[in-house]
Structures are given as structure tokens and as C-alpha cells.
Write a protein that binds this ligand. Structure first.
Ligand code: PSU
Ligand code: MN
Length: 303
């Protein structure tokens, strides 16, 4: 198997068999501006620790697949320019050529599974983009959820996406989409949407049991837990809709495509909301880290 490079705290947690939570790095390099990205990365790791688990932020650095970063590595990654954005398609080539890259949801799931980590917290997964009937832009995150057995805690699919189409693809791919503590499907910056989530669960123990049941049944793939942003931090969907539409129109006009689309939209929405979208994004990632730590703890207690 490919050699993995574990951080010191992840090494300790592995030998003690205590709960681990994987964290992605694309949100650091492509999802938020410096220096907030570094502050958030540190804060989210601290949230996982405070909830009784060990954080494993995942990235490829100089060809090594890191499961957990030392603080200096986190800092270097947060400041680095032109870091590759790695998904399933590019991870092996990055490692083989000694490159450095940040892992998306798909790539982080692959790495977490290699490291025997079952739970992963992020902000929002990638999905089916608006206009996908012309662009064919569908995130590899969806197909990864269908094949890699990791439970992913997100605040829903990012509201920049076509959420109904994203749900359809997840259903086709056999991915359970579970809303945490409510019926409505959360919409990233907003706690609710006008869609009812396919499934609902109200506690971490039940989510952990469902994860184990999939494994016992030999079903490939993971689960998507959609955890609503805390109400105090949300931006109402009606406020965001025209801003998202404007950002999308600019992306279309400028011919932004492929891997560039999501970072472009997040950056423009940050500017157009004068930073409010970032404040909300930070609150939801932290909230997801706490729930992921509870699920990881439940899994550890029952295996
Ligand atoms: N969640 C956030 N910010 C982000 C992302 C998730 O709060 O930047 C990243 C994740 O890494 C996700 C990626 O996998 O956006 C989706 O990119 P794409 O649409 O190109 O697949
Ligand atoms: Mn895409």
C-alpha cells in the first residue's frame, strides 16, 4: 500500500484506538482567503479536539500523502500559492510526481479510507452545477460518496449548485442523504431550503449505527450527513439568491470552467456579501467538526 505520513497526534490516536476525524485542505487553499483560512483550519482542529477526537487534516506535500498536518505544515499550506486542487483524478499523479496539492472532498475521502478513518467533516460538498445540462459540470464528490465508505458531515451541498439535481444524482448513486435534527435539507449558508431531505436522524449514535450497518451489509460507499448551520449564523436563502445569480453570471461571462468554478463563485460571493458569507462558512464548518467528532466517538465506542 502507498506509504502514509501521519502527524504526531494522529500516530498517538491510532495506537490508542481513539476517535479520528478527517478534514480536507481545499477549503484552506481554494475556499477561503489568507489569513482567515489558517485561523479557521486551526480553530476547526481545536473544535475536533474539544469534542474528544483527534483531527487529521489531509494534504499531499512534496509527494507524500499526509494524514494530519503539524502546525508549521498547516501554516505553509495556508500561505502557499498555486497549490493544486486534487480530486480522484489527480491525486495519484500528484504523489507520483512529488507534487503538492490540497484535497477536495473526493480526495480526502480516499485518503481517509486508506488511513482507516471513517468520519470526515467539511463545509459543503461539490455537486451538480447550475447549467450542468450544458456544461456537464458534476463534482466527483458525488461519485466518491457512492464508492468510498466514509461518513461525510457537511452543511448540505453549496447553495451555488443545482440542489435538486444534486439530490437526484446522489439518489441514483445510492448515497444516503441524512438531515441532522430537521426535515428540511440544509442549504450551506442557510439552515433550511424548500426541499425535504430524503432521510433524517437526530443523534450521532444512530448515524454511527447506520454507517456500521452499511459496512456489515457489504454496501460500498459512504453517507452524507447534512448538518444545518446554526440559526444565529445563517444568511437567508432569499438574501443570497440574487448574489449567487450575479456571481454565476460573471463566471459564465468570463468563461470560468472546470476546477475554477467553485473557487471563483465562493470568492465573488465573499466580495458581494462583504465577508458575511465567510463568517457563515466558518460557523458551519466548526459546527460540522463537532458533530463529526461525536459520530467518530460513537463508532469507536461500538467497535
Ligand atoms: N466546502 C467549503 N469550501 C470549499 C469546499 C468545500 O466550505 O472550498 C471545496 C471542497 O473541497 C469540495 C470542492 O470538494 O469545494 C468542490 O469542488 P468542485 O465543485 O470543483 O468539485
Ligand atoms: Mn466541477
Amino acid at each position: 500500500m502507498i506509504p502514509l505520513t501521519f502527524s504526531s497526534e494522529v500516530t498517538t490516536a491510532r495506537s490508542a484506538n481513539t476517535p479520528l476525524v478527517a478534514l480536507e485542505s481545499t477549503i484552506i487553499t481554494h475556499g477561503m482567503p489568507y489569513p482567515q483560512n489558517l485561523e479557521v483550519a486551526r480553530q476547526v482542529e481545536a473544535d475536533v479536539r474539544a469534542a474528544g477526537a483527534t483531527p487529521a487534516t489531509i494534504a499531499v506535500i512534496d509527494g507524500a500523502l499526509h494524514i494530519g498536518l503539524e502546525d508549521a505544515q498547516l501554516e505553509a499550506l495556508a500561505q502557499a500559492q498555486n497549490v493544486a486542487k486534487l480530486s480522484r483524478a489527480d491525486m495519484a499523479t500528484c504523489i507520483a510526481t512529488g507534487g503538492t496539492g490540497a484535497t477536495t472532498v473526493a480526495a480526502t475521502m480516499i485518503a481517509a479510507h486508506l488511513a482507516d478513518i471513517h468520519v470526515f467533516a467539511t463545509g459543503g460538498i461539490g455537486g451538480v452545477h447550475k447549467g450542468a445540462e450544458d456544461s456537464f459540470d458534476i463534482s466527483a464528490d458525488l461519485m466518491e460518496l457512492a464508492q468510498t465508505p466514509v461518513t461525510v458531515v457537511a452543511a448540505g451541498a453549496k447553495a451555488i449548485l443545482d440542489i435538486p439535481k444534486t439530490l437526484e444524482v446522489l439518489e441514483t448513486q445510492g448515497v444516503p442523504v441524512i438531515a441532522y435534527g430537521q426535515d428540511s435539507l440544509p442549504a450551506f449558508w442557510s439552515a433550511t431550503s424548500d426541499l425535504i431531505a430524503p432521510l433524517r436522524m437526530d443523534d450521532a449514535t444512530t448515524i454511527a449505527r447506520a454507517h456500521q450497518t452499511r459496512q456489515q451489509m457489504g454496501l460500498p460507499g459512504g453517507q452524507l450527513i447534512t448538518n444545518p448551520i446554526p440559526r444565529a449564523d445563517e444568511i437567508p436563502a432569499a438574501t443570497l439568491a440574487p448574489i449567487i445569480a450575479q456571481a454565476q453570471a460573471e463566471a459564465d461571462a468570463q468563461g470560468v470552467s472546470g476546477k475554477g468554478v467553485t473557487p471563483f463563485l465562493l470568492q465573488r460571493i465573499f466580495e458581494l456579501t462583504e465577508g458575511r458569507s465567510l463568517t457563515a462558512n466558518i460557523a458551519l464548518v466548526r459546527n460540522n467538526a463537532r458533530l463529526a467528532a461525536q459520530i467518530a466517538t460513537s463508532l469507536t465506542n461500538t467497535t
